[in-house]
Design a protein around this ligand. Sequence first.
Ligand code: ZN
Length: 258
Amino acid sequence: METAVKKRKKENVFEFMLGIILFTLIFAAAAFLIGVTLNRYINELSQKRAAETASAVTSLPVVIIDPGHGGEDGGCSEGDAVEKDLNLALSRNIYDLCEIMGLPAKMTRTEDTLLYDMYGDLTDYKGKKKTYDLRNRVRFTNEENGGIYLGIHMNKFPQSEYKGLQVYYSPNNSESKAVADRIQTYTKTYLQPDNNRQTKKSGDSIFILSKLTVPSVLVECGFLSNPEDVSNLSDAEYRKALSMNIFSAVAECAYLEK
Ligand SMILES: [Zn+2]
């Protein structure tokens, strides 16, 4: 009788221990499965977030900054102020701002050169340098997936009283006017309060704007024939301020377009 009781107790202890072991195993397996599932979920979530961030950045339009003229084509000039050099200096400032602020941008030229042989595919360009130069700027914008085209130029007029920045926009894309208006408004608000110029739709006379189909503007930054404008545009600090206004306007449009 006594032996049967002991045997029963032993069996109870054994069942109890077996229960604990089984419970531990089930608990460990469940924890393992939950851990694996949770880990996979976190990985998928972080991959999804990374992809969303990457697509947000890459979906920003590429700004093509095009300093007009170059090389043997100086554009207009007044004394030491030469259009091709001022165009390049301003364009570099705008490009630097794009780089710093993470807005994709490319420049058609970074050197003092015309772009008629940009692709090295011409054998005879005598008398056609300007034509090929303009065509290549259009080709560059299209081939580099330009999302916004920004041409930088200087103005000159026989009468010296005309002054102030003036923006032209392409008729081929309905977004062009918005970009032009923003640049014109920003410049008036922050830099040229007496500039009452309105943006203008370009005709066939501005070849690049007549050919491009992406939002495209050409900024005539000021009149080299006006003493105040030429003095301002020859000043590096003023050019930086102007560049900031142009960049801010374009960046705002780029983010809205996204
Ligand atoms: Zn020009």
